[in-house]
Design a protein around this ligand. Structure first.
Ligand SMILES: NC(=O)c1ccc[n+]([C@@H]2O[C@H](COP(=O)([O-])OP(=O)(O)OC[C@H]3O[C@@H](n4cnc5c(N)ncnc54)[C@H](O)[C@@H]3O)[C@@H](O)[C@H]2O)c1
Length: 373
């Protein structure tokens, strides 16, 4: 079986998640390629040391150029947003394929330059967004493909967190514009809310944004306080066009959503049918149908709804690490030309489009008006 060597730059929260996804690649049934994590780069020695327990890792380094000089085929980069552009471009220039993390550059112009370099160099590039690979979301996708909703009335896509409600939570790079980007929470959570609607062809034509900043400083972890200048919540009231009609599309990203712990959801309502899924009820998909009476039907979904089959029992529940591995399988399959009609990872075009939306949202909020896209 063909083996692809993977290098990781940035071995923090997400870098370790990749090691885990690749480490149990045997869960995938008859998958045509094997991935092997062979090289890891991180500036912090303790972070690098964690990867020593993975037998396939041959290179641990603090210098990403050393990793790029190794024989890796694919490089996954999971570093703070202000470093995306420089590191992604270095990966492409080294002749490697790139699995980028969101938001794919700190702002729109960075995202455009990354896309341009990928095109020029003919590299395979995709961006991370794993939630559409949950079985529940795959059911939503198939349902929308196979059923008519009647006239579509509205769409809601969101990703909500709550841990920032605690004002004593210490500052980190995700809460400072210079590292996270002016788009704040949209850069952190926005790609997750755009991937599914964009893939369905529901592109925003107009946006009116409500952005909020609530806590303007946070403990710096050294006994003092540090400025916290990112947007906490962003509610984007968009329009999209479906069947020649304008349809409301609400895209919301929140760090201050009481009671919500990593809640990703999609809801699509039509006059005849509708469907909704939320990670709040991780194995449940709700389907609406207007019959003689109005009915919401509830379906349980397990691993049998995966994009790629796994050894895990079809009725067993899936979680974050499962969809993350499914996303990696989609990346590898598409790179090999074997994705067929399955759901794929975020393309550079979609990533740039999300930045267009976020930039328009910043303008909308600043000028207190709707902006056409
Ligand atoms: N897909 C998802 O669900 C998801 C979730 C969280 C974060 N992310 C994204 O992943 C990326 C990283 O986020 P994280 O939460 O893993 O951050 P993190 O802070 O946990 O890890 C970042 C790592 O990068 C290392 N690093 C910084 N500069 C470096 C350099 N020049 N060379 C090598 N290593 C360097 C740091 O030492 C750190 O270990 C961001 O783009 C973030 O938006 C994605």
């Amino acid at each position: 079986m063909k083996t692809l060597k993977v290098g990781v730059i940035g071995g923090g929260l997400m870098g370790r998640e990749v090691a885990s996804a690749i480490g149990r690649w045997c869960a995938l049934v008859d998958f045509p390629v094997k991935l092997e994590l062979t090289a890891v780069c991180d500036l912090v020695e303790k972070t690098r040391e964690w990867f020593r327990q993975i037998p396939t890792v041959k290179l641990l380094t603090a210098d990403h150029k050393e990793l790029l000089a190794s024989d890796v085929d694919i490089v996954y980069v999971a570093v703070p947003h202000h470093l995306h552009e420089a590191l992604y471009l270095d990966v492409l220039r080294a002749g490697k394929d790139l699995f980028a993390e969101k938001p794919f550059g700190i702002d729109l112009s960075a995202a455009r330059r990354i896309r341009e370099a990928a095109d020029e160099m003919g590299r395979f590039v995709r961006c991370s967004s794993e939630f559409p690979f949950l079985p529940g979301v795959q059911k939503v996708w198939r349902f929308l493909r196979d059923n008519s909703l009647g006239p579509v009335l509205e769409i809601r896509s969101g990703f909500w967190h709550a841990s920032d409600l605690d004002p004593t939570k210490a500052i980190n790079w995700k809460r400072q514009n210079k590292f996270c980007g002016e788009i704040g929470v949209m850069g952190d959570l926005g790609m997750h809310t755009c991937h599914f609607p964009f893939r369905m062809g529901w592109n925003p034509t107009r946006v009116y944004a409500q952005l909020s900043k609530v806590y303007t400083e946070r403990p710096d972890g050294k006994g003092g306080m540090a400025p916290c200048d990112t947007w906490d919540n962003a509610v984007l009231h968009c329009s999209t066009e479906i069947g020649g009609r304008e349809v409301p599309l609400e895209i919301s990203t929140k760090r201050l959503a009481p009671g919500e712990m990593n809640t990703w959801f999609i809801e699509v309502l039509g006059a005849d049918r509708g469907i909704r899924y939320s990670t709040k009820e991780p194995k449940t998909v709700w389907v609406f149908e207007r019959r003689k009476e109005q009915v919401w039907e509830r379906y349980d979904v397990g691993h049998s709804y995966n994009t790629f089959p796994v050894i895990t029992g079809g009725i067993f529940e899936a979680g974050f690490s499962d969809c993350f591995q499914q996303m990696w399988a989609a990346f590898a399959a598409e790179r090999e030309g074997l994705l067929a009609d399955r759901f794929g990872c975020v393309t550079p075009d979609e990533a740039v489009r999300s930045h267009h939306l976020f930039e328009a949202a910043l303008r909308s909020h600043a000028e207190q008006r709707a902006i056409s896209l």
